[in-house]
Write a protein that binds this ligand. Structure first.
Ligand code: G
Ligand code: G
Ligand code: MN
Ligand code: NA
Length: 254
């Protein structure tokens, strides 16, 4: 079997699972949400990371199937947490191929309607900066239409794409996620420190929320807070974890 046929079979056999990585406000201590990250739990090989199998399904019809599965899983999980007394907005990573499907808005609305107990504004879609977008006017309109349904958007891996500033200028997104490659070494690398400070300033000027990814230690919080970047995600706060561990994590964080 090719790896792709194994991926399709894995989907049918329910071997995919969403892990969740918390995002916090370092200033208030509040847990503000979590990013959903797909995992393939192979019965023999154990966990297979998305970098191994997502590239295979990229730009295929199956990536849309999987993308909608991720959406439903995230919404269902938010509903479960909410019932248990935990309000936790979830962001999911959306592939460019999926986002650019002609009926994206209609299908998103349909999925949201399946979860009437979950407010749509708890769902955030992270758009990869490396997503090749041919027609930015159309995508901007698409994001507007989705935002009318209530969902939020974030520019993921901000600063690494070849058209970061163009995407920022043309796409109506509420949040910028500073790519972890700038954040990880910012304590020792003055270039990275300056770039992070610049991105935070840009976010402030444009009235976007800014979240630092790759916060690998609590020391990272010191310069970030000084810059006015309060929101953070990274191994120093929490690693991605299975859904059943999240409530316990939130309880001990607070
Ligand atoms: O979780 P991890 O760091 O291994 O993720 C590796 C990459 O896979 C990241 O770039 C992440 O955005 C991407 N990824 C993780 N889960 C999903 C998903 O559900 N959908 C898409 N499209 N990408 C994902
Ligand atoms: O591309 P995207 O930002 O969606 O990727 C998220 C990926 O980043 C996840 O696979 C997650 O495991 C990884 N990640 C999250 N926090 C950290 C961190 O602090 N350091 C590193 N190196 N990777 C991280
Ligand atoms: Mn992401
Ligand atoms: Na990212």
């Amino acid at each position: 079997h090719t790896l792709l046929t194994r991926v399709l079979k894995a989907y049918e056999q329910n071997e995919f699972q969403l892990y969740y990585q918390p995002k916090v406000n370092m200033h208030t201590g509040e847990v503000i949400g979590a990013e959903a990250l797909i995992r393939w739990i192979h019965p023999q090989q154990g966990m297979i990371p998305p970098d191994v199998f997502l590239p295979l399904v990229e730009n295929t019809e199956f990536s849309v199937t999987l993308g909608e599965w991720v959406m439903r899983q995230a919404l269902e999980q938010m509903g479960k947490w909410s019932t248990a007394g935990l309000v936790l907005p979830v962001s999911i990573n959306i592939s460019g191929y999926h986002l650019q499907q002609a009926d994206f808005v209609r299908r998103l609305a349909k999925v949201l309607n399946e979860f009437p107990q979950v407010p749509s504004d708890w769902l955030e879609l992270e758009i990869l900066e490396t997503t090749a977008m041919e027609d930015l006017d159309r995508i901007a309109q698409l994001l507007d239409d989705c935002m009318k349904l209530g969902v939020h958007f974030a520019l993921d891996d901000f600063g690494t794409g070849y058209s970061s500033l163009t995407y920022l200028r043309r796409l109506p997104t509420q949040t910028m996620k500073i790519d972890r490659s700038f954040v990880i070494d910012m304590l020792s690398n003055s270039m990275d420190h300056a770039l992070v400070a610049g991105i935070v300033g840009l976010g402030k000027s444009l009235e976007r929320e800014v979240i630092a990814e790759g916060v690998e230690s609590l020391e990272h919080g010191i310069p970030l807070l000084r810059m006015g970047c309060y929101l953070a995600q990274g191994y120093g706060i929490a690693r991605p974890m299975s859904a059943d561990k999240v409530q316990e994590w939130v309880a001990q964080w607070q």
